[in-house]
Write a protein that binds this ligand. Structure first.
Ligand SMILES: CCCCCCCCCCCCCCCCCCCC(=O)SCCNC(=O)CCNC(=O)[C@H](O)C(C)(C)COP(=O)(O)OP(=O)(O)OC[C@H]1O[C@@H](n2cnc3c(N)ncnc32)[C@H](O)[C@@H]1OP(=O)(O)O
Ligand SMILES: Cc1cc2nc3c(=O)[nH]c(=O)nc-3n(C[C@H](O)[C@H](O)[C@H](O)COP(=O)(O)OP(=O)(O)OC[C@H]3O[C@@H](n4cnc5c(N)ncnc54)[C@H](O)[C@@H]3O)c2cc1C
Length: 627
């Protein structure tokens, strides 16, 4: 049978040790073992089925998500899963839900912005899920401009409380995940007001719903903000709206690591930078970069396997058509995405290290690397999510018509992924932050302060001083160009981290060679994409440009026999891929055919509505024909 034979024969052609590549992809032998075991556990549990998700109504979909979350939590307790195993379980359950915000933002915010006492009080409750929290920062009127938030937290010295209030419609909290229907608590960001003076934005722990009957507490209005893009997809999440009408909370529920309000109403600043109030965003952006490689590799796995199964045109001597993966045009669209998936994996690993390093320094009151960590997380979040969203859509097109079917897995993957370009910071707004960081670094070049870390190359580029003078004429005027410069800076980080990875000890037959080919494809593809910039700035000559393109074509041929094995190395189960086109066994056509009959529209041969709407038209036509 077509698909079976094709993928089996592709696998036999691989020129490297796939099992060793799996270890490289996972990060370590231990991580591979955990991820492999947990992915199978999820795949074999009927509660975690997801094949009907795109056909459910919002209410059924949401209830099913609650069921899965409760079941996941039960399994975590029963099996005494470690934090690492629980995170893998969440990953393979593959459904955005309130738990993400509870574990991914609420808890990290208390850890990062709470004092020792606050952590001791709130974390045990949150870890045991006796309370469920979310992260309520964005408002109807302000998301990107955090300093523009309108919610107020006014200190009342009479009662030693803060009064949380939404003074306008636009100050309504809008978007927080988990808020709409589930969370009992939230970290709410609002303006700290003491004695009529505005001290800017801070975080406050606020109880939203009763722990007895789940009803909103007095003065609180909450709901879900409505359906979002696509069927299934992010609609499993209860993104919410929240308004406060003079809600009182005790003073010790302001997160006080950065600054404290005393009983007398005095604001006391700690020695930590105020930007730590933004700390959770740095943490989550770092996680989003790691997730980008997962989403992109998933789409690439589907498109690569299907491209080896799908045949069009070009009858060979044996009468069989050509596998579409053999077309150079298909390779030139697919292989850069394959290379990007690996590139993002390694830069994600590095960013995780950078985040841990900055955190350790913060504990020791060394804040020097915080600006770089902010710039790297913001910039790489922007670059990798934009490339991944575009990449998933390209994979859909690479799968032709069948890619548009929900059963290909690609439409839902796209719909669930694209908000990553917006949440946790709009991608352009984040690149402007990187640009600001770069300009600041350039402006210090002549002052004897040597650039370090990811900006070390700047010390070697003399023209940058002139560049700084030009930018001084107006940051806003040049912002579109500055965004391009920020992207280029981030691309340099991605390429250099891939090269650094290759300098490590990489065991396994042929593994290093394949990674070198992918690294070169990534770098040359970026060069090819921005050829105009490279040529117009005189960084390369036309001759070098044409050599680079020839090299890229040759690399595609080198990767071609290994393509299926390179996506097998992601070690994804069919459950996780949830794609008929990306099945491990390649049995695409019979399963597509089978899948079609499961659609509820095929429950009856004659559709509902025939008698009311179709039959009268047909009868009318009959009469007209007689006339
Ligand atoms: C079952 C059990 C399972 C267990 C496991 C489950 C695990 C799940 C994990 C899942 C992970 C989580 C998944 C979550 C999904 C995401 C959901 C989305 C959530 C959100 O979207 S939350 C809202 C996010 N909002 C934003 O991102 C807003 C974007 N805006 C900003 O960040 C800032 O306001 C902005 C744009 C940076 C402000 O710009 P500007 O006005 O120029 O800056 P300021 O004046 O405010 O600041 C100036 C100064 O500060 C520096 N700065 C800015 N940001 C930061 C920062 N984050 N860190 C450090 N420093 C920062 C800036 O560079 C300036 O510095 P200067 O030195 O130049 O003055
Ligand atoms: C699915 C989803 C989940 C979310 N979850 C949460 C959550 O759990 N908690 C939470 O608090 N928030 C959450 N958010 C909100 C999210 O963080 C914001 O939507 C995001 O930060 C973007 O802000 P915005 O909507 O204000 O966009 P805007 O800033 O209004 O952006 C609109 C346009 O203006 C442009 N723009 C804005 N400012 C500038 C500028 N200075 N220069 C140039 N261009 C600019 C942008 O590039 C964009 O094109 C979520 C959002 C989504 C979509």
């Amino acid at each position: 049978m077509a698909g079976f034979d094709d993928l089996a024969s592709e696998r036999s052609k691989a020129q490297f040790d796939v099992e060793e590549m799996k270890v490289i992809w996972a990060g370590s032998r231990h991580t591979l073992e955990v991820s492999d075991r947990i992915s199978r556990l999820v795949a074999n549990d009927p509660v975690f089925r997801k094949d009907t998700r795109t056909m459910l109504s919002r209410k059924d979909l949401f209830k099913n998500t609650l069921r899965k979350a409760a079941h996941a939590w039960k399994r975590i307790i029963e099996l005494r899963l470690s934090e690492e195993e629980a995170a893998e379980l969440r990953f393979y359950v593959d459904e955005p839900a309130f738990m993400d915000l509870h574990w991914g933002m609420f808890i990290p915010t208390i850890k990062g912005q709470g004092t020792e006492e606050q952590q001791q009080k709130w974390l045990p409750l949150a870890y045991k899920m006796k309370i469920i929290g979310c992260y309520a920062q964005t408002e109807l009127g302000h998301g990107s401009n955090v300093q523009g938030l309108e919610t107020t937290a006014t200190f009342d010295p009479q009662t030693d409380e803060f009064i949380i209030h939404s003074p306008t419609l636009t100050s309504s909290k809008w978007w927080p995940g988990g808020l709409g229907k589930v969370s009992t608590h939230a970290v709410v960001y609002g303006r700290l007001i003491i004695d009529s003076k505005d001290y800017g934005v801070n975080g406050f722990i606020v109880q939203l719903r009763s722990l007895d009957d789940h009803l909103p507490l007095p003065g609180i209005t909450i709901g879900d903000i409505g359906m979002k893009f696509g069927s299934g997809a992010y609609n499993t999440m209860d993104n919410g709206v929240l308004r406060f009408d003079h809600v009182r909370i005790p003073r010790d529920q302001m997160l006080m690591r950065v600054s404290q309000v005393t009983r007398e109403g005095k604001l006391v600043q700690s020695n930590v930078p105020w930007q730590l109030v933004y700390g959770t965003m740095v943490y989550v952006r770092q996680k989003i970069v790691s997730d980008a490689s997962c989403a992109l590799s998933r789409a690439v796995c589907i498109a690569t396997r299907y491209s080896a199964v799908r045949r069009q045109f070009g009858l060979q001597s044996n009468g069989i058509e050509t596998q579409v993966i053999d077309y150079k045009t298909q390779q030139s669209r697919l292989f850069p995405l394959l290379a990007s998936a690996y590139a993002f994996r390694f830069v994600g690993e590095w960013l995780k290290w950078l985040y841990m390093d900055v955190n350790q320094r913060l504990q020791a009151s060394d804040f020097s690397t915080l600006p770089e960590a902010h710039a790297c997380t913001a910039g790489l979040k922007s670059l990798t999510t934009s490339a991944t969203a575009d990449g998933i859509e390209e994979c859909r097109k690479l799968c032709g018509g069948h890619g548009y079917l929900c059963s290909s897995g690609l439409p839902e993957l796209f719909a669930v992924y694209i908000p990553a370009c917006t949440y946790e910071g709009d991608n352009i707004v984040l690149l402007l932050q990187v640009a600001r960081f770069l300009i600041k670094t350039v402006s210090q070049l002549g002052s004897g302060k040597e650039p370090v870390g990811t900006t070390v190359y700047m010390g070697r580029v003399e023209q940058l001083m002139q560049c700084h003078c030009a930018v001084q004429k107006g940051f806003l005027e040049l912002s579109a160009d500055l965004v391009q410069a920020a992207v280029a800076h981030c691309q340099l980080i991605v390429v250099s981290k891939f090269i650094e990875k290759l300098q490590q000890d990489i065991p396994g037959k042929g593994v290093k060679g394949q990674l070198e080919a992918l690294c070169n494809i990534y770098a040359l593809f970026i060069l090819h994409k921005h050829l105009g910039d490279f040529l117009s700035t005189g960084c390369i000559t036309p001759k070098q440009a044409s050599l680079a393109n020839a090299q890229l074509r040759s690399l595609y041929s080198q990767v071609r026999p290994n393509a299926i094995a390179l996506v097998d190395a992601f070690n994804y189960t069919d459950h996780y891929l949830s794609s008929v086109l990306g099945r491990y066994d390649g049995n695409v056509y019979p399963k597509l055919y089978e899948e079609a009959w499961k659609d509820p529209l095929n429950d009856s041969v004659v559709p509902d509505g025939y008698q009311e709407y179709i039959q009268p038209i047909l009868k009318q036509q009959l009469r007209n024909a007689r006339l």
